[in-house]
Design a protein around this ligand. Structure first.
Ligand code: DDH
Length: 289
């Protein structure tokens, strides 16, 4: 094998499973965060690492982990993600052979699966890049905008309407923090479980502007404890988007299937996989919980 001839460690599926298990165990142990789980912020790290991709120039994307460096780490959209990077630091120390870029995506997949989401196939092969590969500010979506902005930003990555709506279902998870984005609150009542609740709430709840001094956001009429961003509401005010919200609200299995496919595409944007050795995606086993 390559490792015998060159002395270089060539990780196998069982090695990636060990990294997965380590992250899953940390997720269990470190329950001092937000709603009891670092899972949502790990998903957001993997998404913001990937969502800088520009299909025209081939720049950005998860291949590089350039958010480690100050210009990109300090972009407004990435506020708070140092929490997720710090959470993973002991994992990187224990398994130094994995690149940051592969680790962040593996952590996103682990978080989704451990939060009872669909199985997401994993392909390693990302290389860390240096500071020169940092992307310019402004490639991630601005929550105060509407449908045109969504199609512009996600179209640049290569996504269509259906894919934009399926990706947005990730907002079943986690919450907004006033000291990060300025917005406040969770989207759903179960922010540490992957569900289609985001779509159901978008359709079935009445949403009013929240009366406060913060940035413009919506609150639910019934409990005033949930929130939607202007970009979230664009998915029901735009007819083409809304068709997909209707479908995913009715059919959680369809959402799981489409979410798994689109998140895999997101996490692999701009990643030059080695066609001969790393073509076959691996399925990492969730811990029984
Ligand atoms: Fe998001 N997101 N997101 N988001 N996102 C925020 C939190 C989380 C937008 C804005 C925000 C996706 C799409 C969009 C997650 C996953 C994904 C916050 C709050 C803002 C603001 C940050 C904070 O204050 O802590 C906008 C705008 C869009 C869009 O235009 C479509 C996508 C595609 C995903 C994904 O994962 C595929 C997750 C998870 C969180 C919760 C983080 C946490 O700490 O909790």
């Amino acid at each position: 094998s390559a490792s015998e001839t060159t002395g270089v460690f060539v990780p196998k599926q069982e090695d990636y499973q060990k990294v997965y298990n380590e992250i899953a165990a940390l997720l269990q142990d470190k329950d001092d965060y937000d709603d009891g789980s670092y899972g949502p912020v790990l998903v957001r790290l993997a998404w913001h690492a990937s969502g800088t991709y520009d299909k025209e120039t081939g720049t950005g994307g998860s291949n590089g982990a350039t958010m480690r460096f100050q210009p990109e780490g300090d972009h407004g959209a990435n506020a708070g993600l140092v929490t997720a990077r710090d959470f993973l630091a002991p994992v990187k120390a224990k398994f130094p052979w994995i690149t940051y870029s592969d680790l962040w995506i593996l952590a996103g997949i682990c978080a989704i699966q451990e939060m009872q989401g669909p199985t997401i196939p994993y392909r390693p092969g990302r290389m860390d890049k240096d500071i020169a590969a940092c992307t310019p500010d402004g490639r991630l979506p601005d929550a105060s905008q509407g449908n045109k902005h969504l199609r512009g930003i996600f179209g640049r990555m290569g996504f269509n309407d259906q894919e934009i709506v399926a990706l947005s279902g990730a907002h079943a998870l986690g919450r907004c923090h006033t000291d990060r984005s300025g917005f406040d609150g969770p989207w759903t009542f179960s922010p540490t479980v992957v569900t289609n609740e985001y779509y159901k709430l978008l359709l079935n709840e009445k949403w009013n502007w929240k009366k406060w001094n913060g940035p413009k956001q919506y609150e639910d009429k019934t409990t005033k404890t949930l929130m939607m961003l202007p970009t979230d509401m664009a998915l029901v005010s735009d007819k083409a988007f809304k068709q997909w919200v209707d479908k995913y609200a009715k059919d959680e299995a369809l959402f799981f299937k489409d979410f798994a496919a689109v998140i895999t595409k997101l996490f692999e944007l701009g990643v030059p996989f080695d066609e001969t050795t790393q073509q076959t995606p691996m399925t990492l086993k969730p811990t029984a919980n």
